[in-house]
Write a protein that binds this ligand. Structure first.
Ligand code: NAD
Length: 296
């Protein structure tokens, strides 16, 4: 059985690594924060001393880190993953990062004879824990086939979308749709509330019609309770929408609604709300309209 390295054991990475261990793969894991390591070792995983050490002791290294600069540093800094790689090994980056960065990492690793795929995920912590995240993959078909069973230990769906970079393009599309959807829902509920119509009843009336969505179902409850514990943090969604803007401008695409959604979240960050769930976009509408969407 192939030996799996795992670098990045945060909210998502730790439960994902535990699912790989549960499926019977030998795992060597590393995070510069040692706190999550106890759970990994208790489950039967081994502790790596650095990215280099993890790569030396395994056949494929999975990374789950915040953004492009973190992945670059984990791969190419001193004692990083690249120093422990050799021809025939592979890296699967499951972080949500800039697609052009994925292509750059692929180019640098392929010069060493190392396969690379970008495989960002959707679903959040609960789905990472129960192994039902959705994985969107960019890479070569034969590399995908080789690692599909490994990815399936963490996910309910694993889809090859195209060449390297296509996984993160898909993730950006997902993040655009989610952000714009939350803003649309909040704006509509604000209209209802100020017109004297209960937004919860509006939700019940329209959720099975054309305006209904998974986003509406998952986020309305948070909006009506006023409980914005994350979930998916505003600061991470700003990071994704910044990657949307950088990518879209680099290929001459205009994305006005994504830009507006990002600025709404930036305004929330300026007010100290960056650690809250992205459904807190509703709080911004409460601020600009001087009202509350919570049930009276
Ligand atoms: P997190 O901040 O909880 O975890 C990141 C981990 O990486 C931390 O434990 C940190 O110590 C470690 N780290 C950073 N740089 C490192 C380095 N150079 N070497 C070793 N370890 C390093 O983040 P998360 O919520 O687990 O998210 C990870 C990725 O998954 C992000 O790209 C995020 O956008 C994406 N994502 C998150 C969610 C979610 O709901 N949290 C959902 C889907 C996708």
């Amino acid at each position: 059985m192939m030996k799996v390295g795992f670098v990045g054991l945060g909210i998502m990475g730790k439960p994902m690594a535990l699912n790989v261990i549960k499926a019977g793969y030998p795992v060597v894991a590393y995070d510069r924060n040692t706190a999550p390591m106890q759970a990994i070792v208790q489950a039967g995983g081994e502790e790596g001393k650095s990215g280099k050490d993890v790569a030396q002791r395994t056949d494929v290294v999975i990374t789950m880190l915040p953004n492009s600069p973190n992945v670059e540093s984990a791969l190419f800094d001193e004692d990083g993953i690249a120093e422990g790689l050799s021809e025939g090994k592979a890296v699967i980056d499951m972080s949500s990062i800039a697609p052009l960065a994925s292509r750059d990492f692929d180019k640098r690793l392929s010069e060493m004879g190392v396969d690379f795929m970008d495989a960002p995920v959707s679903g959040g912590e609960p789905k990472a824990v129960d192994g039902t995240i959705a994985v969107m993959v960019g890479g070569k078909e034969d590399v995908f086939k080789k690692f599909e069973p490994l990815l399936k230990t963490m996910a309910s769906t694993v889809t090859l979308v195209g060449e390297v970079g296509a996984g993160n393009i898909t993730k950006l599309a997902n993040q655009m749709i989610v952000a714009i959807n939350i803003a649309g829902i909040s704006e509509a509920y604000s209209l209802a509330k100020k017109a004297g119509v209960d937004p919860e009843r509006v939700y019940q009336a329209i959720r099975s019609g054309l305006a209904g969505s998974v986003v509406m179902d998952q986020k309305s409850e948070k909006i009506f309770s006023g409980n914005f514990d994350p979930g998916f943090r505003i600061e991470l969604h700003i990071k994704d929408l910044q990657n949307v803007m950088d990518t879209s401008h680099s290929i001459n695409v205009s994305a006005p609604f994504s830009s507006l959604a990002m600025e709404i979240m930036q305004s929330l960050k300026a007010h100290g709300h960056e650690k809250e769930d992205h459904s807190a976009i509703a709080e911004w509408y409460e601020m600009i309209n001087d009202m509350k969407l919570q049930a009276d």
